[in-house]
Design a binder for this molecule. Structure first.
Ligand code: SF4
Length: 246
């Protein structure tokens, strides 16, 4: 990726509204899609819809999501009348893992092998078809891995394949309170698990509710160190801490 192009975009979008960042993303890239999973992404879908331009949304179905999350996905699909492209893991790879290590190997081994098969490989397969992607990442989501998230960056996840990719994070500067103010103001759908103390929601075995005062990422992979709590989807967030967690 031409670093000058990225620097130029960063400069141009430094103080831009998320809506304007989305328009820039749709303009800049030919094949771009929003990675959808949670509350922030519903806001981005709402904003994309309001641009009145065509846009694409995809999601990763790991096979281990909560029933509430599947219902939420369908509510979002119906609410916005959109197609959500579902990316599934390779069945043979999951069969092999479960056969060798059972359904809960991540509690002993850490989550990287399972996330690698169920999330990272399907994500890479999707990203090979794109020249840009949009995420709902925010700086204040993680104490260790997300504080440096820029509005736009060159994503190196496929660099070893020579595949350039732009990544846009239009809500990087938003707080959790802003997210929920927007959802309430526009009566957008949200995952019903949020009403039961869940904040950051991933797969069912690796997500739990948090208590008041706990950081939102404390509900994810709680048996592991805070600075390693990325599943590999946003691999450039953790490169500086541990080159092996990709
Ligand atoms: S979050 Fe847990 S269940 Fe989901 S892919 Fe990662 S390790 Fe597997």
């Amino acid at each position: 990726m031409d670093q000058q192009r990225v620097d130029g975009l960063q400069q141009q979008l430094k103080n831009a509204r998320p809506q304007d960042i989305l328009i820039a993303a749709l303009t800049e890239c030919t094949h771009i899609a929003l990675a959808f999973s949670g509350a922030e992404d519903v806001i981005l879908i709402d904003m994309l819809k309001k641009t009145k331009r065509p846009f694409r949304v995809f999601t990763l179905d790991t096979g281990r999501l909560h029933p509430e999350t599947y219902r939420f996905l369908d509510r979002v699909r119906a609410h916005f009348s959109i197609t959500i492209e579902c990316c599934f893991p390779q069945p043979e790879a999951v069969e092999q893992l479960v056969q060798n290590k059972g359904f809960f190997s991540f509690y002993q081994d850490n989550h990287h092998e399972c996330c690698g098969l169920r999330k990272v490989e399907p994500l890479k397969r999707k990203l090979r078809t794109l020249d840009g992607w949009i995420t709902g990442q925010r700086k204040d989501q993680s104490p260790g891995t997300r504080t440096g998230i820029p509005i736009v960056q060159s994503d190196s996840i496929l660099a070893n394949e020579g595949h350039p990719l732009l990544k846009f994070n239009p809500l990087a500067e938003w707080s959790s309170a802003q997210v929920w103010d927007y959802i309430r103001a526009f009566e957008l759908p949200y995952n019903s698990l949020h009403e039961r103390g869940y904040v950051s929601i991933g797969c069912e075995p690796c997500t739990r509710p948090i208590l008041p005062g706990q950081h939102e990422r404390e509900g994810r992979w709680w048996w592991e160190e805070a600075t390693k709590k990325e599943c590999g989807l946003h691999h450039i967030n953790v490169v500086s801490e541990d080159e092996t967690h990709q």
